[in-house]
Write a protein that binds this ligand. Structure first.
Ligand code: PEP
Ligand code: MG
Length: 320
């Protein structure tokens, strides 16, 4: 079976009737990029940069970050989507005291921290920009809820570009900038966001938690945490539709992208890229290759009209 999977991993992610999508890997460090066997993947769909920060004794310097991002770009032929620091929530730093919060997942985390600690953020943006001179680095912002946050992040990136230009340091002027769609607010206002970024990546881990008001880490209610809930299904469909209307690609880097049962409905909704952990790449490619896009589109049409979770599940189980 291992040989068979390896053979599949080498083939393109394409449906029987010729719809091509990308299968990328989620990584947290350079070792992960190496282990992802880059020849099997179309790119890195999510580089969780917080690990550079968590496995350190102080905030990583621009140079340290630059080396890591550059190495990732060198190892990977396709795009390397690097998410800016997503700390807070359930992730702490050993060398930085976070205030105790009653609701850490609704608290001081991710882009909120970056926009407040602008020096830290600029260090990371400068490192990302410099690495973009060496490969396909795409920059992605986490946990965006408002257009104003996106504007602030983009303005800071422009400031960094100007600085680097003055210092004579190289970067890709057209570096792609995108955002995670993982908050209900970003879904409700998705059309506005689509006009302002080069790509979306749907973070179903947080999106499911926030849409259903179900803590993603609470075992007691884990049976309620279900991304097939019609609210999540409709949110995903809405995001893909808005992205395509604006001419930008829409990927998914939450765990739901590696759910075998979700493959046909996501295909049918038009998802362009599945980003999964390296060990799941072959499995997801094999699943994609067994479907007809036409049939998946019909399934997706029905799923977004389904009234309840049971109805969604019945449709998913039924499709051939
Ligand atoms: C997500 O929320 O789906 C996601 C990919 O980000 P993380 O799991 O790191 O919060
Ligand atoms: Mg998230």
């Amino acid at each position: 079976e291992k040989e068979l999977l390896e053979k599949i991993a080498n083939l393109p992610a394409e449906t029987k009737d010729g719809r091509k999508v990308k299968v990328c890997a989620n990584v947290g460090c350079i070792e992960d990029v190496k282990n992802a066997v880059t020849k099997y993947i179309d790119g890195i769909g999510l580089f969780r940069s917080e690990f550079l920060y968590m496995e350190n004794t102080q905030f990583p310097t621009e140079e340290e970050q630059f080396e890591a991002y550059k190495e990732a770009a060198r190892l990977c032929e396709g795009e390397v989507i690097i998410r800016t620091l997503d700390i807070g929530g359930d992730k702490a730093l050993p060398y930085y005291p976070f205030e105790q919060e009653e609701n850490p997942f609704l608290g001081w985390r991710a882009i909120r921290i970056s926009l407040e600690k602008q020096d830290l953020f600029k260090t990371q943006l400068r490192a990302l920009l410099r690495a973009s001179a060496f490969g396909e680095i795409w920059i992605m912002y986490p946990m965006i809820v408002s257009l104003e946050e996106l504007h602030s992040a983009k303005a800071l990136l422009e400031t960094c570009k100007k600085e680097l230009l003055q210092e004579g340091k190289a970067y890709d002027e057209h570096v792609k900038v995108g955002m995670m769609i993982e908050t209900p607010a970003s879904v409700m206002c998705v059309e506005a966001f689509a006009e302002e970024v080069d790509f979306f990546s749907i973070g179903t881990n947080d999106l499911t938690q926030y849409l259903l008001a179900v803590d993603r880490g609470n075992q007691h209610i884990s049976s309620m945490y279900n991304s097939f809930h019609p609210a999540v299904m409709r949110a995903i469909a809405k995001v893909i539709k808005a992205g395509h209307k604006a001419g930008i690609p829409v990927g998914m880097c939450g765990e739901f992208a590696s759910d075998i049962k979700a493959v046909p409905v996501l295909l049918g909704m038009g998802l362009d890229e599945y980003s999964v952990c390296a060990g799941e790449v072959a499995k997801i490619k094999a699943a994609i290759r067994q479907w007809d896009y036409k049939a998946c589109e019909e399934l997706a049409e029905k799923v977004i009209r389904a009234k309840g979770l049971n109805e969604v599940m019945a449709l998913i189980e039924d499709v051939k």
